[in-house]
Design a protein around this ligand. Sequence first.
Ligand SMILES: NC(=O)c1ccc[n+]([C@@H]2O[C@H](COP(=O)([O-])OP(=O)(O)OC[C@H]3O[C@@H](n4cnc5c(N)ncnc54)[C@H](OP(=O)(O)O)[C@@H]3O)[C@@H](O)[C@H]2O)c1
Length: 279
Amino acid sequence: MVEISIPSTRLADGHGIPMVGIGTHKLQGDEGLAALTSAIGLGYRLVDTAAQYGNEEVVGEALRASGVPRDELQVMTKLRGSDHGRDGARRGLEGSLERLGLDHVEHYLIHWPNPSRDLYVESYAAMLELRDEGLVGSVGVSNFKPAQLQRLHDATGEWPAINEIQLSPLLARRELRAFQRDRGIVTVAWGPLGLRDRLPERPVVHEVAHETGRGLGPTILRWAVQQGIVVIPKSSSPGRQRENAELFDFTLTDSQMARLDSLDLGEGAAWDSDTHEEL
Ligand SMILES: NC(=O)c1ccc[n+]([C@@H]2O[C@H](COP(=O)([O-])OP(=O)(O)OC[C@H]3O[C@@H](n4cnc5c(N)ncnc54)[C@H](OP(=O)(O)O)[C@@H]3O)[C@@H](O)[C@H]2O)c1
């Protein structure tokens, strides 16, 4: 089997990150293990997980079963809401490392800001210390808005390396992305296939996919990677995992990009992290 070669982009802190990773939400047990073993075997080198997903053990098992050297693999996991705070951040990371069976992770993110508790700045500062101790490669966040990102920088002088946000052609997040681009924050897209909002049913997507001859999934994902956005599609099917990673041998034309751009529902359609909180 020929492995897919997935190019990387560079974070502001100097570390590389593959442009396509495998999402793991809902990948559990033996089925999850088989799916992740397949993805790594196909050439995926970035695995997105979270303490909240309850599958870090399975992710760790898949990494070990893959036979791929540890330094070629990247794990992205996340601090859950119930672990926010200075001590909680350390406890949260220690728990994740234990479940993963690892002594460090490449990327550690705050999963949701949970502003009603107002502990995300303190958590972030603690995570920078954990990075300086060598337990974490890059510190990032997820689901943060510009004002929330700004508070992190005001308190620590450092922008997070990554913001992992809900993003697809239906939720293009233009203003947030421009804010991030100007500050060297790499955008990672969750839900990149837009299934929650039934993106694949849109006639425009069918039209563009027909023109590319590459299927709905790859056409949607190409729209993101062509703009420098890292994508982490989840699939338990080896066939769909393969097509979701084979995004670098075709290009969408300006007209195809513009037609997909026209689907944007605006910021109001995205989950709002001023009010949506997760533990
Ligand atoms: N930070 C956050 O708050 C947050 C929130 C949600 C998700 N995430 C992360 O982002 C990852 C991706 O998001 P997601 O899982 O919500 O959504 P997604 O990756 O956009 O969509 C996953 C769904 O699409 C199907 N699928 C995958 N490839 C396909 C293809 N080529 N054609 C048609 N269907 C396809 C999958 O089914 P099959 O498995 O049957 O292929 C699965 O049902 C998650 O797994 C998780 O790691 C992060």
